[in-house]
Design a protein around this ligand. Structure first.
Ligand SMILES: Nc1nc2c(ncn2[C@@H]2O[C@H](COP(=O)(O)OP(=O)(O)OP(=O)(O)O)[C@@H](O)[C@H]2O)c(=O)[nH]1
Ligand SMILES: [Mg+2]
Length: 546
């Protein structure tokens, strides 16, 4: 059997190569064919720089793409770990029958930390996790052995993430409030050291009955926090993580571990048969939102060639197709400026040298997008989150100036809508959002405890939309693409003349803004499908970034 196969192999390869040369319809019939076809294309490309109809990285077939999973907003519930319980134990040795108490303290619960790191572009991994829990501290043990600390959790997010608090439940604050407000019943008993039923605050010796809680006299046991809790951000949390962070910051410290029974020795209770429970961990519901999606956003009509441009600048395998709305959600690619393999392509003048920047290929914009037509307001939102705007205009599709003005018109109308929305939100005053008014709960200036809203962490359902810089103040430039097609030279010249007039203030900003950004308006002619002229884009971007 094996010898038969070996004999057939040369014949098969001859057959395949013939089919590649003479029968294009058969090319996609098998995976093996496709493999051969790729090799063939690479060979022809190296010998011929003209764009061929053969699939390549810049002119791929519509089914040659990888899906980019993207999410720019998510809610997560995080739990800091609870503290472990203290231990009730006594020394027992051969000649010491009733030794002193030696129960160890419980370990503290794990904390939750957050860090913004470069290289991440989406929040989808976090969104999938949903609930994030740090682990609980272990209980204390006999022979004065303390419990092990709970493990911390680190949440890594992309640079440009804004973290806002939606809800908070802090058991320590709750306990303090209980003690302050309800001075009767259980707490009063607890305060003056009479027997109480506080199962949630005490553990009794092993084998005790619940009824023993009624006969045991407990000392005072005020709620405690870990010292590290002083590093928590002020409540309610509002963090704008706009830079890469070398070290993570603490979001919620774990609950402190309970004290073992030696802590409760007193003259009246020489052998305490109880120990304290660990404090509960904090629960936080957070909303995370990307404020900065990418350094550059590609804005253009459908089919203008944005995805091809992204492919020519990066290793991205975004989908390209000769129909409108090929791209349905943003794709982000990274342009490597310095891969440390020699002289950097662009010298950065900024303080921190940039080694790369990101580009977002955003779905196409059509007339009436601000009215939620086409893919609507969702992706206008993405444009708002790009640092620099690169308008991609198709030189072969009519007047490029008109195309540019139409794109700006949509952006302008969207901006007006945003302004109206924020002013109506202010008028109705539905949301009370006051990020800097609180500190650690114990240190806060106390509000009226009777007012229902003053301590309720559950009042804010929807957070107000993020305050972002207006679109017209962002640096922008124009990428005039499909310059390889015939009769595009005239269109490009017209565009260039127009843009230099905009820069010099002879004609108004294409969006009609008086104070719109027009310091250096470039028009870069490219043929993305051939990869020609695209090297100028990183240089222009670096100029704006630094
Ligand atoms: N001749 C030529 N064709 C190009 C060039 N760039 C893109 N194309 C072609 O234009 C068509 C559309 O390209 P895409 O990159 O998918 O366009 P897009 O702007 O991403 O389209 P949407 O995702 O629908 O918004 C494809 O058939 C590309 O091959 C170019 O520089 N020259
Ligand atoms: Mg596209």
């Amino acid at each position: 059997m094996r010898s038969q196969r070996t004999a057939l192999r040369p014949f098969l390869s001859l057959l395949l190569s013939r089919q590649i040369n003479f029968s294009p319809t058969l090319r996609h019939s098998t995976g093996l064919f496709r493999k051969c076809c790729c090799c063939y294309t690479t060979k022809t490309e190296s010998s011929n720089p003209e764009p061929s109809s053969e699939p390549s990285h810049l002119n791929p077939s519509p089914d040659d793409y990888s899906r980019f999973i993207f999410q720019d907003k998510c809610r997560s519930i995080i739990y800091a770990g609870s503290g472990g319980n203290g231990c009730v134990s006594f020394l027992r040795e051969k000649y010491i029958e009733e030794g002193p108490p030696n129960g160890g303290d419980g370990g503290s619960g794990g904390g939750v930390y957050i860090q913004a790191v470069e290289g991440l572009t989406s929040l989808h991994k976090l969104a999938r996790r949903g609930i994030i829990k740090a682990s609980r501290g272990k209980n204390g043990q006999g022979k004065s052995k303390g419990g092990k600390r709970g493990d911390d959790i680190l949440i890594q997010v992309p640079v440009g993430t804004v973290v806002r608090e939606v809800e908070r439940f802090d058991p320590v604050t709750e306990e303090l409030r209980r003690r302050k407000v309800k001075t009767t019943e259980v707490d009063e008993l607890d305060q003056i050291g009479l027997p109480s039923m506080r199962h949630d605050r005490w553990v009794l010796y092993p084998g005790a009955n619940p009824s023993d809680f009624l006969t045991t006299v407990f000392p005072r046991n005020p709620p405690r926090r870990q010292n590290i809790a002083a590093l928590e951000p002020k409540a309610p949390i509002h963090l704008d993580l706009s830079h890469h962070m070398d070290k993570p910051i603490l979001l919620a410290a774990g609950g402190v571990g309970g004290l073992g029974n030696p802590h409760f020795v007193s003259r009246s209770i020489p052998r305490p048969n109880f120990a304290a429970r660990g404090e509960g961990g904090m629960r936080l519901e957070l909303e995370l939102e990307l404020k900065l999606l990418a350094d550059v956003g590609l804005v253009g009509k459908p089919n203008a060639g944005k995805s091809t441009l992204l492919r020519s600048l990066t290793n991205s395998r975004t989908r390209v197709g000769n129909w409108e709305f090929t791209t349905l959600s943003p794709n982000i690619g990274t342009v490597v400026i310095d891969d440390y393999k020699g002289r950097p392509l662009v010298e950065s003048k900024g303080r921190v040298p940039r080694t790369n920047f990101t580009i977002a290929d955003i779905p196409g914009l059509i007339e009436g997008a601000h009215l939620d037509r086409g893919l609507g307001l969702g992706f206008l939102r993405h444009i708002e989150r790009a640092g620099i705007l690169a308008f991609v205009v198709d030189l072969s599709a009519g007047d490029p100036i008109e195309e540019l003005q139409k794109l700006w018109l949509e952006l302008g109308k969207y901006e007006q809508l945003r302004e109206m929305e924020s002013s109506t939100n202010n008028d109705s005053d539905r949301l009370i959002w006051n990020p800097s008014s609180h500190g650690l709960p114990e240190l806060q200036v106390d509000d009226d405890p009777e007012s229902p809203d003053s301590h309720s962490p559950f009042s804010k359902e929807e957070l107000p939309s993020l305050a972002l810089p207006p679109i017209h103040t962002k640096p922008w430039f124009v990428v005039a693409t499909k310059a390889d097609l015939p009769e595009t030279r005239e269109h490009y010249k017209k565009l260039q003349t127009y843009l230099s007039a905009v820069e010099q203030g002879q004609v108004e900003h294409p969006g009609g803004y008086e104070n719109g950004w027009k310091e250096k308006v470039y028009a870069i002619p490219v043929s993305a499908i051939r990869g020609e002229g695209v090297d100028r884009i990183p240089k222009v971007v670096m100029e704006f970034l630094s």
